[in-house]
Design a protein around this ligand. Structure first.
Ligand code: ADP
Ligand code: ZN
Ligand code: MG
Length: 604
């Protein structure tokens, strides 16, 4: 007798009207009042709250959302219009959106047993279509002189997807014939498709990233943009969008009908730092030689190249980004470029950088996807839909874009990368799509000399296939020349040792800890310039400017950009030692590495 139907609708109203949060407030009842006041369309429920209220209801919700959600939504809607009858004239239905459900499925582990269930997935949005209008309730007219009647289609609250199957005969008169859509009387809902992809850190080495199509509707469209890292709750569905006759197709794709979406703001939440880790990190920072230790832990299997490792370390830590009073943002990211002869371990160093950075996207100048380095509009071959697709710098938003062979980048990127590296946004206007995406990424790049080998007698811009305008956006540039000579003995023995698996540096910080150290510094340390440091940087900048005027054909023009670079680099040195203040010593180090860079590219 206990197995009789539970009235989930009633239960849900009881939940709304009685559930108290940990501060004793009726938070859901408050939300209902806000929905009424602001004419919102969505009611958000934290899964844990519902679970603690009634496990049964919560479980049914996860397992049979398609049956239960419409019931609950109707109940909430009725409850709202009972409180405020005016609401129904402005908003025709309410969405129940569930947050924080425990069933998080990895994109590569989605299987058919999840179909029809409410699941949670995490990833990065790589592309999305513009917002379109989907017919949610169509009104058709039977075009026949004997009938001409109008009817709603489909008759019940069925979800139509992208394809509408018209009735074979008129529901009003029963005869077959032609039906015409009456647009003015039909209801449409905002509709957007997007593609979710595994986060770069989650892709097993050497494998292609997995993707999942997701569909946003109504107030969820345009909430997230390509490049955003998101957590999505949705119902796993089978795609039936291709025009095939019933029964003729047996292999289908999945898609996720989105129920709720959260955009992850916390840039470094991917790296978990335990209390024990934190202690280790703080202990490391006490070492007066911590910076040397960090630098020598960058690609320890590579012999020499100290300044390059130093530059990579600076770039991984970065400076402090600033928002000026007028809203302008000054980047804190330190962009580094290595130009070098073939076989000088550039790619090896870059790969190391992408492994140790808390968030990184590794690519080549040509780009590993159609979107290249910045962004593009692509067209899906099957559906014909246009998508705005994020490129490497957008996907690396909040992290590092590691770009090997940057000199081979495409022409579109050559134009767009200027904005991406300085304003840290990517603007696009193509095929009717106009958008601006965030690209707050640090660029660590390498390129090969235009002529095969670097020719010292010529200037830097003659040696690399990159315009000066792009070169000037790098804070540090190093040139690696393969010089056969005295150090070859050491180089050889170093490589032989590495191959013999002999640890070359007992002191190197192990890569996982270094990653955590960097994440910790980026999250917690925001050093400020001391007066002494400011003075030093100012004097040096003035001196550089004077010299650059004297050297007529200098390859790098000294502009305020270099002063900003100096500030960032000083901040990065302070961050490396977890210091809250940029001291004179940090500024001296910054000046020193800037000098090496300028001498390197032929300005001294
Ligand atoms: P690049 O990208 O500059 O053309 P790679 O990174 O592909 O060069 O390096 C070629 C190979 O030479 C790699 O296996 C690398 O480990 C080795 N190598 C080159 N220079 C060094 C060095 N200084 N120390 C150790 N190995 C090196
Ligand atoms: Zn008819
Ligand atoms: Mg290479």
């Amino acid at each position: 007798m206990e197995t009789k139907q539970i009235d989930y609708g009633e239960l849900f109203i009881e939940f709304i009207t009685t559930f108290k949060d940990n501060r004793g407030r009726l938070s859901y009842l408050n939300q209902i009042n806000e929905i009424i006041a602001y004419r919102r369309k969505s009611f958000y429920v934290n899964f844990a709250d519902l679970f603690s209220f009634n496990q049964n209801l919560a479980t049914v919700l996860i397992n049979s959302p398609k049956d239960i959600v419409p019931i609950l939504e109707k109940k909430v809607y009725d409850y709202i219009i009972e409180k405020d009858p005016e609401y129904q004239y402005e908003i025709s239905n309410i969405h129940l959106r569930i947050l924080n459900i425990p069933r998080t499925v990895e994109l590569r582990k989605i299987r058919s047993n999840e179909i029809g269930k409410l699941i949670s997935v995490e990833g990065i949005l790589v592309k999305s279509t513009p917002v379109k209008e989907r017919l949610s309730k169509a009104v058709y007219q039977h075009i026949s002189p004997d009938c001409m009647q109008e009817f709603y289609w489909p008759p019940d609250e069925e979800d139509m997807g992208e394809i509408i199957e018209l009735p074979s005969s008129c529901p009003m008169c029963g005869k077959a014939g032609q039906f015409k859509l009456i647009e003015d009387k039909s209801t449409f809902v905002d509709y957007q498709k997007a593609v979710l992809q595994e986060r770069p850190e989650e892709i097993p080495p050497g494998q292609l990233p997995r993707q999942l199509e997701v569909v946003f509707e109504d107030d969820l469209v345009d909430v997230a943009r390509p490049g955003d890292r998101v957590k999505i709750v949705g119902i796993l569905e089978i795609k039936k969008d291709s025009q095939v006759k019933r029964g003729s197709k047996s292999v289908f794709d999945f898609y996720l009908k989105v129920n709720s979406i959260e955009i992850s703001q916390k840039v470094l939440d991917e790296v978990r730092i335990s209390e024990e880790d934190e202690k280790k990190i703080k202990d490391l920072a006490k070492d007066p030689w911590i910076r040397e230790k960090i630098i020598s832990s960058i690609a320890p299997s590579i012999y020499g190249h100290w300044e390059i490792k130093e530059a990579i370390a600076l770039s991984l830590f970065g400076g402090v980004s600033k928002i000026l009073a007028d809203g302008t943002r000054i980047r804190g990211d330190i962009h580094v470029l290595i130009i070098g002869d073939p076989g000088t371990a550039k790619s090896q160093i870059l790969q190391f950088a992408s492994r140790v950075a808390p968030r990184a996207v590794y690519t080549t100048g040509k780009g590993s996807t159609a979107a290249g380095l910045t962004a593009t509009v692509t067209r899906d071959k099957n559906s014909g839909d246009f998508y705005l697709e994020a490129g490497a710098l957008v996907l690396a938003d909040g992290g590092v874009a590691v770009i090997d062979e940057i000199d081979k980048m495409r022409d579109d990127d050559r134009v767009a990368i200027h904005e991406a590296m300085e304003q840290q946004t990517v603007s696009i206007a193509k095929a009717g799509i106009v958008a601006k995406l965030n690209a707050r990424a640090t660029v660590i790049a390498a390129g090969n000399p235009k002529l095969g080998r670097y020719i010292k007698e010529r200037g830097i811009s003659e040696n690399i296939n990159l315009p000066p305008t792009i070169l000037s956006r790098f804070d540090l540039i190093f040139i690696l020349i393969d010089n056969p000579g005295d150090s070859d003995v050491y180089l050889a023995s170093h490589i032989l040792n590495v191959h013999g698996n002999r640890t070359t540096d007992q002191n190197a910080i192990e890569i996982d800890l270094l990653k955590k150290y960097i994440a910790y510094a980026k999250k917690n340390v925001f050093p400020k310039l001391s007066e002494e440091a400011k003075q030093l940087l100012q004097d040096f900048f003035v001196e550089m400017r004077r010299k650059s005027v004297e050297t007529a054909d200098s390859p790098i023009i000294i502009t305020p950009r270099q002063l900003e670079a100096l500030i960032r680099i000083s901040e990065a040195y302070a961050k490396m030692a977890l210091k809250g203040e940029v001291t004179k010593e940090d500024a001296e180090r910054a000046i020193n590495i800037m000098r090496i860079f300028l001498e390197n590219v032929g300005l001294d």
